[in-house]
Structure formats: structure tokens, C-alpha cells
Design a protein around this ligand. Structure first.
Ligand SMILES: [Fe+2]
Ligand SMILES: [Fe+2]
Length: 487
């Protein structure tokens, strides 16, 4: 033990007397603490426990075969969050547990905010006499507009609820962005039965530095391939496969292709069967098993040194309620048969390229069904229609939730609200709206991966203008994404 502790001290760390470490873990543990940001002052047993927890999450570390034309680059995928349970019958008490969990997780995030030091429960605030300053954290039960241009929010926590009045200037600053069921902080003054808000605080994303990998390596993001649809763009998809195999493109584009080691697929791999009324008329492949066989054939052509990470979408063959578990092993067998594919839930959270001293990029993958509701319900975002997924993703990052309002997407009331964004990603990627975009919110890169499906009759009716065949390619060394066009 003495020897183990001196190894840690020799690396310039102070060792806490409570640290009890298994000697066989020393090298890996040293590697772990060297990557921690900020650098810890004291190495405690708690840090060792965090290391053990992190170690358990790692279920895939493979060095895949590389072909001669492609340089040898190590890859690593660590699954951080993956919901694998299938759904069960739910009751009212499941919903109560679900919303309690959401409230508690978001409350914990808000409590760290300087402005909310000294927060009190709503029950206690209601008992306050006279006019007093008050700090609250609650879930929005209801939002109403008044004739005078102010807003009244009914805020709820486990101890009760209270009406919060929002002044006109605060309404114009962020009123458009306030939605039912989200959890917010309120800085205000309590008088009689009301709280007059001076400031509304969202859980938000703190400022963090942007990460950059040590070597030149790329990740490609695709989604909404819709294999089986009459308007699946097979030629464009084949071009994408030709490019990634180094067969087409300029010298520079071929060089990039040879260094792609991660491919994210954000759902709607196939068009599905019976997804909307009259869909059968728009299907080229009418059998769901055949649709997955076809996408399996395409993905088998991806070079074997590329890690493919797949989540489902609303067109895939499984329940719609989120979190959606990974695709079924029988229906999607042609994908499970591929060694370089990792099948995950929607949403999912993975870390890629934790190689050498680089801690890797944390990637939040979400198909994006809640975007439909947000585009139609949030006035500030309605004006962009389906063209600015980056703005929608920014909105969700501020709220730290993928579908804040009840009914924004179908939800399974799991004991823990899987849609809370409690870990801050480096990349947030989505699909579903078939419109490619690249944006950044603070340190987080926000990507929507577009589609490989032409405009459908259904989209024509809704006035959507998809951008097929345009995909974001991310340079891990520069922390920069560029859109590549295959159409
Ligand atoms: Fe789609
Ligand atoms: Fe979709």
C-alpha cells in the first residue's frame, strides 16, 4: 500500500489518509486522476470511488481492424447512459415518482447557483409575513398571460404552490421561452399571496473550456436514412459510402475519409411500417425485417475500423415512448451482426476517443421528437420553423431537459427521468427534423444530421423543406464541424 501511495505522491498529488486503493488499479487510477479537470488538490477515497464507478461504465474498448489504405488510429467508445429496460404498465404513482425525480435533479443543479443561495420551500414562503425578499425553486404548473402584458406563473414544489408575477421587461427578455413543467429558480419579493419576480433563473450551462483531441481524427453524423421509403435517396447514400471508403472526393476529402473513426446514427434508420396513415403507398420495402436487412447491407460497407453508434427514432420498430430502449435484437439482427456497431437507447450518452491523455468527447444523442412540439409552442423558435435545430437544442440545454413540457413527446415514467440533461455534453446531436445544422452553445457543439430521404407527401403538406444528403463531419483535433454535401 505504501508503495502504491508513493506512486501517486510522485506524480505531484497530495494523498488523503482515507484513500484505500486496490494495488492492481494503480496504473489506471493514475491515468484517471491525471485527466481530471480541474486538477484535484487532494486524492481522496471519494475520487477512487468515482474511478471505480467510471470503470464499470466502460463496456466497449476495441481496437478495430484497419485496412491498408487507412492510417492506424485507436478508437474508444465508453457508454455512459443507455436505457435498456422495455416498458411495463404504468400507474399514477409512477408519474408522481417521475416528476419528483425530475424536480430533485434540476433543483440540485439550480441550488449550485450563486443567486439562489438561501432558497426556501414554497410552503415556507407562503407563511412569510409582510413584504420580504424570497428565493424559490419550483416546477411550472401553469403559465398565463395578462392583459397588461405581464405573465403569471403558478410555481409548485413538494410543499405547495404559489403564483409568481413576471414584470413586463422580464417577460420581453425571456417570457417567450418559459414553458409548462420546466424547473426554474425565482428571485423575487413575496407580498400577500404573490411573489413578484425580479429574475427568472434557468438551470443553464456553465462556461467551460472547449476540448481538442491530440491527433487528427473525425466523426461523421448521419440520421433519418429511412431505408424502405420510396423517396430514400439510395444514390446519395451510396455516394456517402463511396466517400467514406476513399473511392470518391478530392484529395483533401479522401484524406478526411481515411481518418473518420466514429459514425453516429441518430435514429429513423428505416421508414418503418404503419408509422402514419397511408404510409404503405410510400413504401418500396413493405416488410420491416427486409428494411433492416437492407440497412444492414449498407452499413456492412462502412470500413471496419469505424465505430458506428446507433440510436432509434420514431420510425424504427419499437415503442414511441421515451426513453426508447435499443432496437430489438431479432428485428435489427443485421445490425447486431456487425462487430463495429454499438446499439444504444434514445436518448443516450457516450464518451468517444478517451485515448492517451485526452479525456474524450461526451456526446449526447437524441433523435428529436420533442422538437415538433417546441417549434409549434415556443414563439421565439416558431419563426425559424424546422430550419434551426441549433436554436432548439440551445433552448433545451438552458432548461437541462430534452422535453420539458408534458406531452412534448411520449414519455415512459421511469423511476429516474432519463430526459434530464444532468451531465454536460461536449456535443449534442439530433435528427428527426431532416434539416442539417451546425451550431454552438457555450462550449457545446450542437449538430443536426439532416437525412437521406427526399421530401415526402406528408412533409409537402406541412411545408417542410428538408436538406437531404448534407452531413456534419467533426474534426476532433480542431473541435470544429463542417457540413459535407452528397447532393
Ligand atoms: Fe426522420
Ligand atoms: Fe423522426
Amino acid at each position: 500500500m505504501e508503495n502504491v501511495l508513493s506512486k501517486i505522491a510522485n506524480e505531484g498529488f497530495l494523498v488523503s489518509p482515507d484513500l484505500k486503493i486496490e494495488p492492481q488499479h494503480i496504473e489506471e487510477f493514475l491515468d484517471f486522476i491525471k485527466k481530471l479537470q480541474p486538477k484535484p488538490f487532494l486524492i481522496s477515497n471519494q475520487i477512487y470511488q468515482d474511478f471505480l464507478k467510471d470503470k464499470q461504465q466502460e463496456i466497449k474498448y476495441v481496437i478495430l481492424k484497419h485496412t491498408e489504405k487507412r492510417p492506424e488510429i485507436k478508437t474508444r467508445v465508453k457508454i455512459k447512459k443507455n436505457y435498456t429496460k422495455t416498458s411495463k404498465k404504468t400507474s399514477i404513482s409512477d408519474w408522481v415518482t417521475y416528476y419528483f425525480d425530475r424536480y430533485n435533479r434540476l433543483r440540485n443543479l439550480l441550488q449550485n447557483r450563486e443567486e439562489l443561495r438561501g432558497v426556501v420551500s414554497i410552503g415556507r414562503a407562503k407563511k412569510m409575513d409582510g413584504r420580504q425578499n424570497v428565493l424559490l425553486i419550483g416546477m411550472i404548473k401553469d403559465v398565463r398571460n395578462t392583459f397588461s402584458g405581464t405573465k403569471i406563473i403558478t410555481l409548485e414544489d413538494p410543499t405547495g404552490y404559489i403564483d409568481v408575477s413576471l414584470k413586463k421587461d422580464e417577460v420581453s427578455k425571456l417570457g417567450d421561452e418559459i414553458v409548462a413543467d420546466e424547473v426554474i429558480g425565482v428571485v423575487g419579493v413575496k407580498s400577500k399571496d404573490f411573489v413578484y419576480a425580479e429574475k427568472i433563473i434557468f438551470p443553464e450551462i456553465p462556461a467551460r473550456p472547449i476540448k481538442k483531441a491530440e491527433e487528427e481524427v473525425y466523426a461523421a453524423f448521419i440520421s433519418d436514412i429511412h431505408v424502405g421509403s420510396c423517396v430514400f435517396l439510395a444514390n446519395e447514400f451510396k455516394q456517402f459510402l463511396d466517400w467514406i471508403n476513399g473511392k470518391i472526393g478530392s484529395k483533401e476529402q479522401k484524406d478526411v475519409a481515411s481518418k473518420v473513426r466514429y459514425l453516429f446514427i441518430g435514429g429513423d434508420l428505416v421508414d418503418g411500417v404503419g408509422v402514419y396513415p397511408g404510409q404503405e403507398k410510400e413504401l418500396l420495402i413493405k416488410d420491416i425485417y427486409e428494411q433492416y436487412k437492407e440497412i444492414g447491407k449498407y452499413l456492412s460497407q462502412i470500413p471496419k475500423d469505424i465505430q458506428i453508434i446507433v440510436i432509434p427514432g420514431n420510425h424504427d420498430a419499437l415503442k414511441l415512448a421515451e426513453p426508447q430502449h435499443p432496437l430489438f435484437k431479432d428485428i435489427a439482427a443485421p445490425l447486431y451482426d456487425l462487430d463495429n456497431v454499438t446499439m444504444l437507447s434514445n436518448p443516450a450518452y457516450v464518451n468517444i476517443h478517451n485515448i492517451g491523455k485526452f479525456p474524450g468527447f461526451n456526446v449526447l444523442m437524441y433523435h428529436g421528437v420533442s422538437f415538433d412540439h417546441i417549434v409549434s409552442e415556443v414563439p421565439k423558435l416558431r419563426k425559424f420553423g424546422y430550419t434551426r435545430a441549433d436554436k432548439i437544442m440551445e433552448f433545451l440545454l438552458k432548461k437541462r431537459h430534452l422535453a420539458p413540457t408534458h406531452g412534448a413527446t411520449r414519455v415512459d415514467p421511469t423511476p429516474q427521468d432519463f430526459l434530464v440533461i444532468d451531465e454536460i455534453p461536449d456535443i449534442f446531436t439530433s435528427g428527426h427534423i431532416h434539416y442539417t445544422s451546425v451550431g454552438r452553445y457555450k462550449s457545446i457543439l450542437t449538430l443536426n444530421s439532416g437525412c437521406f430521404q427526399d421530401k415526402t407527401e406528408f412533409q409537402l403538406k406541412l411545408g417542410h423543406n428538408p436538406t437531404p444528403g448534407r452531413i456534419p463531419i467533426f474534426n476532433l483535433q480542431k473541435n470544429q464541424a463542417k457540413i459535407m454535401r452528397f447532393r
